[in-house]
Write a protein that binds this ligand. Structure first.
Ligand SMILES: Cc1cc2nc3c(=O)[nH]c(=O)nc-3n(C[C@H](O)[C@H](O)[C@H](O)COP(=O)(O)OP(=O)(O)OC[C@H]3O[C@@H](n4cnc5c(N)ncnc54)[C@H](O)[C@@H]3O)c2cc1C
Ligand code: SF4
Length: 466
């Protein structure tokens, strides 16, 4: 039997479980849950902000700015904090990145601007750029202070498909440039994964929704919810009715483990559970497993593991097929999960889902290693983890059927939309950005940058220069 076929024939209902599955709500009190989901990086006080701003060397050709995917003038905004010009500071940030408030909360600064900061040495620590960014932008979003005006109306209209960071950034920049944008979004709320995916402790107090409101405040952006490309929104029609189209549809599909039993009760997609958690009125009411096994190695794996623990799961284990250094989640995120009580096991892949009466009870793993050519190979050494719940967090992918409503299917590369450096697709008049395009880094900040670059390119096109 080939390895593939062995992995396919892999559900076992053989042994009776030691106990029935232990999945229930109310493991912790509301107070405990509120403490566990409190703001991960509480905001700086004014004196803390001034002390940190004073630590900046205001480097020429600042490496922190180069490391920021949206190219925020970091020394520029820090200087304005220092001189008490908070509004000017926020303007510097938001003109490069309209989601500067969210990015201040969710960016992995430890591998971007703060890693590049010249003060990041063995003896010192980087300037806390993320927290300073939040310090400058929070008052603006809180007070809904308008910082941007629309250019005179051009009469040109653009369809923006998807209301996540990429789509909203594109729509905002188009609105600034005087074009009118219509955002088409299937969900009730805009924000994409900011609203439905990011860990709850990174963005408490409904910040995602408040930021969306701020962005729409510029005017010139119409929103149509309940509209889904490939379902009730044909690309062909959009191309005919609008002067340009931007696709920012994210990755709605979830990668499978390729094992039998993925539909077993107790086996779930991490992103689906997180979306439910983010929208739950009472987190204490969510059902949580006592023993949770998470399969994956990215931010989603870390987030579902930490949030399961925060909801009261007793044992949470992330299992990743390669080593610590290969994980997509940064070292900081891995350590954060471990501090929050999550166990991480490396070099193991699932080989069998064990069930009783249609419900998951354990996962069998095979130890892995890197072969001579660097490829992953099994060692034949097996071990078992008991599980009340198993979360799949091994990546997301584009849903092809979302694009297949027209004969002019855009060119895909490795299952994502192929774009050039201006975020133009292979279809004339159609741009794309964010997670759905090939070659990105699957971060909020990169999606915002894509939306901005696409809007600038669309603007040139509409003015006859592209
Ligand atoms: C669990 C999780 C945690 C994450 N944590 C972080 C983090 O801490 N920091 C970070 O920087 N990044 C994080 N990311 C990644 C980040 O959220 C994404 O890179 C970012 O949201 C991408 O933005 P987007 O606009 O391309 O896609 P999305 O945010 O996915 O938005 C796409 C939008 O398009 C809509 N849509 C989908 N299909 C259609 C259709 N057919 N028609 C019309 N609209 C459609 C969706 O409803 C959605 O509103 C995380 C991702 C996940 C899954
Ligand atoms: S690298 Fe650090 S010290 Fe230099 S400008 Fe950026 S934040 Fe300031």
């Amino acid at each position: 039997m080939t390895r593939e076929r062995k992995r396919k024939a892999s559900v076992s209902n053989d042994k009776p479980p030691a106990k029935t599955a232990d999945v229930r709500s109310g493991r912790l009190s509301d107070e405990q849950i509120a403490a566990n989901f409190a703001d991960m990086h509480p905001p700086l006080t004014p004196s803390e902000a001034l002390i940190d701003a004073d630590r900046c060397y205001f480097c020429y050709d600042a490496p922190c700015t180069t490391a920021c995917p949206t190219g925020i003038d970091i020394p520029g905004f820090i200087q304005k904090i220092r001189s008490g010009n908070l509004k000017g500071s926020a303007h510097t940030i938001l003109s490069a990145n309209i989601m500067g408030g969210m990015c201040a909360r969710v960016c992995p600064t430890e591998v971007l601007c703060e890693q590049a900061c010249v003060r990041n040495t063995h003896e010192d620590r980087p300037v806390r750029i993320g927290l300073l960014q939040r310090y400058a932008t929070d008052p603006i979003v809180d007070a809904k202070t308008p910082l941007f005006k629309r250019a005179p109306a051009t009469g040109r209209k653009v369809a923006v498909v998807g209301g996540g960071p990429a789509g909203l950034s594109c729509a905002h920049r188009l609105a600034m440039l005087g074009h009118s944008a219509t955002v088409f979004e299937p969900s009730e709320k805009l924000g994409g994964l900011n609203e439905y995916g990011i860990a709850a402790y990174k963005t408490p107090d409904d910040f995602a929704a408040r930021e969306v409101e701020y962005i729409l405040g510029i005017g010139g952006i119409e929103v149509r919810t309940g509209a889904s490309l490939g379902k009730n929104l044909p690309l062909r029609e959009l191309r005919a009715q609008y002067d340009a189209v931007f696709l920012g549809i994210g990755l709605a599909g979830v990668s499978a483990l390729d094992l039998d039993g993925e539909k077993l009760e107790g086996v779930a997609n991490a992103v689906d559970y997180i979306a439910t958690l983010r929208q739950a009125k009472s987190k204490a009411s969510l059902p949580v497993g006592r023993r949770v096994v998470v399969i994956g190695g990215g931010m989603t794996a870390i987030d579902i593991a930490v949030q399961s623990k925060a909801l009261g799961a007793e044992e949470v284990t992330i299992v990743y097929r390669r080593g610590q250094e290969h994980m997509n989640a940064s070292r900081y995120e891995q350590e954060f999960a471990q501090i929050r009580g999550v166990t991480v096991r490396y070099w193991s892949r699932p080989s069998k889902l064990l069930a009783t009466k249609g419900r998951i009870r354990a996962v069998e793993f095979e130890k892995t290693r890197s072969g001579s050519g660097g490829q992953l190979e099994g060692t034949g050494q097996m071990y078992m983890l008991d599980a009340d719940v198993v979360f799949k967090a091994i990546g997301q992918k584009i849903l092809r059927e979302r694009l297949a409503d027209t004969a002019d299917i855009v060119e895909l590369r490795q299952d994502r939309i192929a774009v050039d450096e201006e975020r133009r697709t292979s279809l004339a008049g159609v741009w794309a950005g964010g997670d759905c395009v090939h070659g990105g880094s699957d971060l909020t900040v990169s999606a915002v940058q894509d939306g901005k670059l696409a809007a600038l390119s669309i603007d040139r096109f509409l003015k006859g220069g592209a």
